[in-house]
Structures are given as C-alpha cells and as structure tokens.
Write a protein that binds this ligand. Structure first.
Ligand code: NAP
Length: 400
C-alpha cells in the first residue's frame, strides 16, 4: 500500500516536472550582458528566486557592485568564454549589438534573450530580435521581458497580473524562457515565432490602444451636452432676462453635463449587443461576420463602461461639493431673508422633500450598481465569476 502511495498518478507529468529546463540554487548560472538598470533589476529578481547570476560587462572595474545583490559574479567580456551559462540576457541597447560580435563563439548554442524595445511605431525595419538572430546565427534568440520595466522587475509581480509576451523560432529555448518567467512570478504568454517580435517590441510604446475611440466618443458627448447646458441655462437667460449665470460654468454646468454623458455612454455599452442581435435575426444566421464598425464597437464596450463609471463618480463628487460653494451659501441667505421679509414661518414643502430624497436615493443606488459593474470588469474579479454570475450582474444593471 505504501509503495502504491509513492507512485505518482500522473507518471508522465511527474517525470517531466522532475526534469527542469532551468535550474536554480546552484545549477547553471544565468548570464546578463550589460550592467545597467535592467541588468541590476533582473539580477535582484533572479537572485531572490534562487538563481546564480553572472554579469558580463565591458569593464568590470567600473561596475557599481554595491547596487547588485550579493552572490552575483562579474566577468569582463574578454573573460566571458570561461562561463558555461545556458541562457544569456542581452541587457544592452540594440545600437550596441554590433560591439558584442566578439562574444559570438561564447554565445554559440546558448539561449539569447533580447529585452530591447522599439524606438518608433509601425517601422518596416526588421526587429531588434531578428537583427540579433542575424548577428548571432548559432545562438537561439528569444524575445521577451521587454514589456516589464526595471522597477517592476525588481519588486516582482505583486501589483497585478504582469503578463510577459515571449516569442522565438526555437521552441525548446522559448519553453526555457517561459519557465523562467513563471519562476520569477510573472505570467508569460507564448506569442509564437520571432516574426511577431516587432509587435512585442512596440507594445511598450503604444498609448492606450483600445481607448482612443471610447475617449473621443465621450469627449464629443461631453462637448455636446456642455454646449447644450450652456445655451439653455446660461446664454438664453442672459439674452432673455439679463440674468448673469456665468459663474455656474466651472461647476454647476459641468455637474449637469456629467450624468448625461454617463447615461449615454452606458447606453452605448448595451446598444451594440442589441444591434448585433437584430442583425443576426434579420440575416437569419449567426455565422456571418458583423460589419467592421459593429465589430469595433462590440470590442470597446468595456472601455465605454469604465468611462461611464468615471463620469458617474465625478458627478457624485461634484454633487457633494455643490453645497460647499460660496454661491450656495449666498443663495440660502438670500432665500432666508426673503422668507423673513415675507413673514413665512415654515418653508417645508412635503412633495419637494420626498422628490429630492427619492432622487438622491436612486442616484446612490445607480452609482452602487455601476461600481459593481466596474469591479466585476477587473480581470482578477471577473475571472473568479462563472458565466451565470457575470450575466446576473449585467442584467442587474440593465434592470436599473
Ligand atoms: P542602461 O542602464 O543604459 O545599460 C546599458 C548597458 O549596456 C550599460 O550599462 C553597459 O554595461 C552595456 N553596454 C554594452 N555595450 C555597450 C556599448 N557599446 N555602449 C554602451 N553601453 C554598452 O540601459 P538599461 O535601462 O539597462 O536597458 C538595457 C536594455 O534593456 C535596452 O535594450 C532597453 O530597451 C531594455 N529595457 C530596459 C528597461 C528599463 O526599465 N530600464 C525595461 C525594458 C527593457 P557595461 O558597461 O557593463 O558593458
């Protein structure tokens, strides 16, 4: 019986797991060419995770050893040949790759990890990783770790789900780097061959790629409603009765605009789903592609939902600040003075009291539900919900 318990149920998996591609704690060291910021942070992370690290520098004497963790070995580029590292990170800017050609023999057969970023978007030139592979044809080049800043590398993946896209033409080398990334606490993503390295290099340069359309749409909505409120509550009373309400522009008018934008943006979240359903019904099939505009719209629903939440939150804060204004104080004093002058003792209007309380209560509930929607859109929360729970939250919002 006891011997049975010692036999792994998943024999093939167990044998695979006991044969690591990488070895920490005294196994073959990991090399890093360059002694700059990235090299330093990577060393700290690798040493913290139990790996031996060798930093290869042009001039070992000039390296600020105190900034590296204890246990890191330093070697000059000339001495590099002595090392038997299987994996070497190239933490050097791509314009200096040519200066590393003297290391060709040492790097032959090794896994070379290119961590560099692109300097411009949509360039038709070959990627840094492809150029490195051309310069070192006997090495196995893997692209990865470039999307992580030196700081994030140093502190680890505590603050969220840090994904690292990785690609290479050599599947074994890629598997080694994927395994290393997992060891360091990151979430590696296998993106395929080296041909996609340009996209990975450009990834850190892209500014909110999926937010442009939704931000533009909400900005235009804001302009429209702000213009409308300006005309209706400020310009027309001024032209008609000479009433000067221009002081309302920075706060009251903005506050009147925010809920309108939030509601229309929320409607834009649910509208494309309905349009898609109508389109499928009219076509009589769901096996046909949607037009491009509808596809794009459907893909931006999450961003629109979050923007709607932002406008609602701003509206809540603005509303709370309304009573803090000097203008509100003066208006109250004036009303009290007129009331005293008119001899009115009790200004309580039951209907208005109920109306304002119900109005506020509905607003708070709506904000609560929208907050729930925003929270469930966070990957870490959304992933913990099953499909039924997710649609339940969506239906709740639709209902309200
Ligand atoms: P860095 O601080 O300027 O360090 C670059 C290192 O390259 C130098 O310390 C130098 O080390 C070495 N080097 C080798 N040959 C060189 C030459 N001919 N001229 C100048 N330096 C040479 O840069 P880094 O911030 O560590 O960035 C290194 C690479 O990591 C870049 O490709 C960058 O795109 C990438 N990266 C950086 C970050 C980040 O947050 N810093 C994030 C992602 C990716 P020795 O003098 O010891 O040889």
């Amino acid at each position: 019986m006891q011997s049975d318990l010692k036999t792994p149920l998943l024999a093939s998996f167990a044998s695979h797991a006991s044969e690591p591609l990488l070895q920490g704690h005294g196994g073959s060291a990991i090399g890093i060419i360059g002694s700059g910021d990235f090299s330093r942070s990577l060393s700290i992370r690798l040493v913290a995770c139990g790996f031996r690290v060798v930093v290869v520098s042009r001039d070992v004497k000039r390296v600020a050893r105190g900034l590296f963790p204890e246990g890191v070995e330093f070697r000059s580029q000339r001495e590099a040949e002595d090392g038997a590292e299987r994996m070497v990170f190239v933490a050097v800017y791509p314009e200096h790759y040519d200066t590393l050609l003297g290391l060709r023999e040492w790097l032959a057969g090794k896994v070379l990890v290119d961590v560099s970023n692109a300097t411009s978007l949509n360039s038709r030139e070959q990627s840094n990783a492809e150029r490195l592979a051309e310069l070192f044809p006997k090495s196995k080049v893997v692209k990865g770790f470039n999307v992580i800043s030196a700081w994030a590398l140093q502190v680890g993946a505590h603050d969220g789900n840090r994904q690292i896209p990785i690609c290479s033409d050599c599947s074994i080398s890629k598997a080694m780097v994927l395994q290393l990334a997992r060891h360091l606490g990151f979430s590696p993503m296998d993106m395929g061959g080296l041909c996609v390295s340009r996209d990975i290099e450009e990834a850190p340069l892209i500014l909110f790629p999926s937010w442009g359309g939704p931000i533009l749409a909400t900005f235009l909505l804001f302009l429209f409603f702000y213009g409308y409120n300006f005309l209706r509550h400020i310009l027309l009373p001024y032209l008609d009765q000479g009433e000067n309400n221009f002081y309302q522009l920075p706060l009251v008018t903005v506050n009147e605009t925010l809920p309108a934008v939030a509601l229309v943006t929320l409607a834009l979240v649910y509208l494309p789903g309905l349009v898609a359903a109508v389109l499928q019904l009219s076509r009589g099939t769901k096996y046909k592609r949607f037009p491009l505009w509808l596809d794009c719209w459907l893909c931006r629903r999450k961003q629109l939902g979050l923007l709607s939440f932002l406008f609602t939150a701003l509206h809540a804060v603005y509303s709370m600040c309304l009573t803090l204004r000097k203008a509100a104080g003066y208006t109250l004093l004036n009303a009290a003075y007129h009331q005293v002058k008119a001899g009115v003792e009790n200004s309580w209007v039951e209907q208005l009291v109920w109306r304002s309380d119900l109005y506020l209560s509905c607003g708070i509930l709506g904000f609560g539900v929208l907050s729930l929607l925003a929270i469930t859109s966070l990957p870490s929360v959304g992933n913990a919900l099953n499909w039924r729970e997710f649609t339940f939250v969506q239906d709740l919002v639709m209902l309200l």
